[in-house]
Write a protein that binds this ligand. Structure first.
Ligand code: N1C
Length: 284
């Protein structure tokens, strides 16, 4: 048996036999570590958030995420309860994911695909209504004629109508300060959105489709508009036999735009695509 003896630890003598000098050094070191951490946290805390890029157009609509969610619930729970199974939280998230943390000038159709899938919706045949430079009149018409659908009478068009949005490649924040001017500075995220959803709206159309055009402007049919650039080229001739144009004029304007050269251009494009065209001036 070994000869070890346990001696009681004295109360005034702590466990380690550190010299007074070593204790002072250790204490100073600890204080320095704490101070360094505090300074670093303070500096990081006080740093300004990364600056978002500045553009020429107005920024994202204030309260964008809340508006998207609110409109989604209004549409699916109140206006069209047959769509009440749609998941508005998922739809809101897919919308944000389409543009957050991305350069608004590098937006692609692909960014919006998950959102398009979540908001798919069937418009009955013969009930599709397009418009160009005549938004107000077209929507007054669909308010009265509830079975007709413009893109804004579908879920995704209803959610996005009149809103503006963009993100930033170097930040996960919404840019409320400024966004590229739509369709002017670059193929920006809002421009790409309307092109993408307008394309789907036209591809899905079936039966006789209608368009309300503005007969009181020189380019009643404008090749550069969404209607003239995207929608007419994405109608499926095998599903859409005819396009009917309703050309509306200001009160007192008695011109007949149906015989104008711009409407002739529209007629030609459609006849090349095997779609019949009819035109009505100022139908009351
Ligand atoms: O460029 P436009 O008209 O010809 O676009 C209208 C055409 C409609 O038939 C819609 O189906 O394209 C679709 N569409 C919208 O539904 C829509 N809602 C809001 C296209 N654009 C839409 N907006 C905004 O209006 C968007 O900012 C876009 O640039 C304008 C286009 O209006 P316009 O020139 O009168």
């Amino acid at each position: 048996m070994s000869n070890h003896r346990f001696s009681p630890v004295s109360e005034d003598e702590p466990c380690c036999n550190l010299s007074q000098k070593a204790k002072i050094c250790l204490g100073t070191f600890c204080v320095l570590v704490v101070l360094t951490i505090a300074v670093m946290v303070g500096v990081l805390w006080g740093l300004p958030a990364p600056k978002l890029k500045e553009w020429d157009g107005k920024g994202t609509t204030p309260n964008f995420p809340e508006i998207v969610l609110g409109r989604c619930y209004t549409y699916t729970k109140v206006l069209r309860p047959e769509l009440s199974h749609k998941d508005c939280r998922k739809i809101g998230k897919a919308f944000m994911d389409a543009f957050l943390s991305k350069d608004p000038c590098s937006s692609t159709e692909r960014d919006y695909q998950p959102l398009l899938e979540l908001t798919n919706q069937t418009v009955p045949c013969n009930k599709t209504l397009f418009w160009s430079k005549s938004s107000e009149l077209a929507h007054q018409y669909t308010t009265v004629q509830q079975e007709m659908f413009t893109l804004e009478n579908t879920l995704l068009g209803y959610i996005a109508d009149g809103l503006n949005w963009c993100g930033d490649a170097d930040s996960s924040e919404i840019n409320y300060g400024s966004c590229p001017k739509m369709g002017k500075q670059c193929n920006d995220t809002v421009f790409v959105f309307w092109n993408t959803v307008s394309q789907r709206f036209a591809e899905n159309a079936c039966g006789v489709v209608q368009v309300v055009l503005n007969g009181s402007i020189s380019n009643t049919f404008n090749k550069n508009s969404t209607f003239g650039r995207v929608e007419i080229y994405n109608l499926r001739p095998e599903k859409v036999p005819t396009l009917q144009a309703w050309v509306m004029h200001d009160i007192g304007d008695r011109s007949v735009a149906c015989s104008s050269s711009s409407i002739n251009d529209l007629k030609l494009i459609l006849s090349n695509r095997n779609i019949k065209f009819t035109c009505h001036d100022n139908y009351r």
